[in-house]
Ligand binder design. Sequence first.
Ligand SMILES: N[C@@H](CCC(=O)N[C@@H](CS)C(=O)NCC(=O)O)C(=O)O
Length: 216
Amino acid sequence: MIELYDLVGANDLRLSPYCWRAKAVMAYKKIPYTTVPIRFCDKNKLAFSGQDRVPVVKDGSTVVSDSWFIAEYFEHLHPEPRLFPGLGLKEACQFFNLYVDRTVHTAVFPVVAADIYASIDPVDREYFRKSREERLGMTLESTVAKRSESRPRMRAVLADLNLAIAGQEYFFGTLTYADLCLFGTFKWIMAVSKEPLLFTTEFRAWWDRMENLLGI
Ligand SMILES: N[C@@H](CCC(=O)N[C@@H](CS)C(=O)NCC(=O)O)C(=O)O
């Protein structure tokens, strides 16, 4: 059975956007798998993968890390239904993936960082605080105090995504990895925070469609 090394928080909460993407791919392609819960402090359990981040997929003797490479791996192994169902769509999805990681995550993170801190396993909190406060350039308490300053940027980025889906069922017209990628990111945000993400009826319909299709 395929094993997915999956970030776990307190109360078995699964909260990594990248791990949710890998789960979305396997759900879409109906590939059975089990998860191995990993806390930030369990990195030694990932040594076999030659790096220290999740998701990692172990499929027999094959080990794949990074959500994008995992998507490529399963697309090669189980081509149908396709993640990149046409000319240029893989390249478009790669750009979308980069945009979500760099622009959407960067806009969302300051708003939800303290919520993530509250949701992770208590043993991970010291590491998370130190590493994330360095990244943010401020304390987690300051991110809470400054939420009203960081929220407009997050809402502007989300408004663009709401606009991009208008008039179509999926981001590139037909379902592609782009939809699974953003689905993973939203699962992460929704797991830890109550910030509204879906502003329009059409975007809410996209979300419902994805949840119904994937069943995760
Ligand atoms: N580009 C990677 C990013 C993976 C990543 O950053 N995973 C986070 C969990 S959400 C992680 O393992 N972080 C470990 C740490 O921050 O120490 C992917 O797409 O899979």
